[in-house]
Design a protein around this ligand. Structure first.
Ligand SMILES: Cc1ncc(COP(=O)(O)O)c(C=O)c1O
Length: 353
């Protein structure tokens, strides 16, 4: 018998979410499948989305090569570009598109591949990656630059796309448009939050990540905004016991029963990607009901309060997140974001539906 912790990926729902991104944005879609498609399986997701998107985005060569060797022929954009000049031959061999965001990369690329198209990144206020507006102007007008870049797309990434305050995206967008108009014909600005919230931030290419996986970046319930959850993390009850009032549960005795309490132990813990920081009261779904996590999450197990649910027996199926409990809610109860939880699921057995 195998360990009961499992991840199921609903591939139909990923297509549904992708169609919503298309409908809301209207432009071309560069599906973000870095970090193993946010824990969902990069090649699996890319193969499923191949007929619905124009390209894919990843973070590094290793991720891009998995897609190419798996038969993906779409444009693949590497969001951080080359980390050294030694990587450039692999870019050319696999026909990969770098994001060029600093002068060293510009030099590496133009030395060997100036005619191959790139995405150029503008820093519009995030101050993480990208050229400043002034730097780009100098770059273009500097006659000492030996070779020029062939820029296919100008891109930027907003620091505050998930805010409803318009000025936090308006100023970056104005900066972006000023440069776009002098540089190339195609732009890319929108991540999931911008696609869902700022419909006026139009550009040729959108870069949806989180929304493809059925999570609203603004924390609203998926169904309310037309998204469908994609990942389901489930396991089973492997032990049951009654404890008396005054007795505690788990490492550090962080939960003490105020009444006789029936405790179900579930085979899923932080080694499976369930967050160790989940608080007492984090919702868990068993036999069609929401119950509460009690006690500290351990490496392979959690404990839940099933006092009211005598129908819960050994082997009962438990949903940690999925259709009934959203990963965003578990993240909120754990002081983190759905992004982090999805990316951290590695040990559970995987099935696709
Ligand atoms: C440059 C860039 N674009 C798009 C995305 C996708 O963002 P989201 O998952 O919020 O849609 C990311 C994700 O980190 C990113 O780094």
């Amino acid at each position: 018998m195998t360990r009961p912790a499992k991840i199921a990926i609903n591939l139909n729902n990923i297509v549904h979410n992708c169609k919503l991104a298309r409908q809301l944005h209207g432009g071309k879609l560069l599906a973000v499948v870095k970090a193993n498609a946010y824990g969902h399986g990069d090649l699996l997701v890319a193969q499923q989305l191949a007929e619905y998107v124009e390209g894919f985005a990843v973070a590094c060569l290793e991720e891009a090569v998995v897609l190419r060797e798996g038969g993906i022929t779409h444009p693949i954009v590497l969001l951080e570009g080359p980390f050294s000049a030694q990587e450039i031959p692999d870019y050319l061999h696999h026909q990969l598109t770098p994001v060029i965001h600093q002068i060293e990369q510009y030099a590496w690329w133009t030395e060997v591949a100036s005619s191959q198209g790139v995405w150029l990144k503008l820093d519009t206020g995030m101050h993480r990656l990208g050229f400043q507006e002034k730097e780009i102007n100098n770059l273009i007008n500097n006659s000492n630059t030996p070779n020029s870049l062939s820029i296919d797309v100008l891109m930027t990434h907003f620091a505050n796309a998930d805010t409803i305050e318009p000025e936090l995206v308006q100023l970056p967008m104005e900066r972006f448009n000023r440069v776009l108009n002098t540089l190339c014909s195609e732009g890319s600005v929108a991540n999931s939050a911008a696609i869902m919230l700022h419909h006026h931030l139009r550009s040729n290419w959108a870069r949806p990540g989180l929304m493809l996986y059925g999570v609203d970046p603004l924390g609203r319930k998926a169904a309310e905004v037309g998204l469908k959850p994609v990942m389901k993390l489930t396991s089973e009850v492997i032990a049951l016991r009654w404890i008396e009032a005054g007795e505690s549960v788990g490492y550090g005795s962080t939960f003490t029963a105020s009444q006789p309490t029936r405790v179900a132990t579930v085979a899923c813990g932080y080694a499976d990607g369930y967050p160790r920081t989940a608080k007492n009261g984090t919702p868990v779904w068993i036999n069609g009901k929401r119950v509460s996590l009690i006690g500290r999450v351990s490496m392979d197990m959690i404990t839940v309060d099933v006092t009211q649910h005598t129908d819960v027996q050994l082997g009962a199926v438990v949903e940690l997140w999925g259709d009934n409990i959203s990963v965003a809610e578990v993240a909120e109860c754990s002081g983190t974001l759905a992004y982090e939880l999805l990316c951290h699921t590695h040990r559970p057995a995987r099935v696709n539906s």
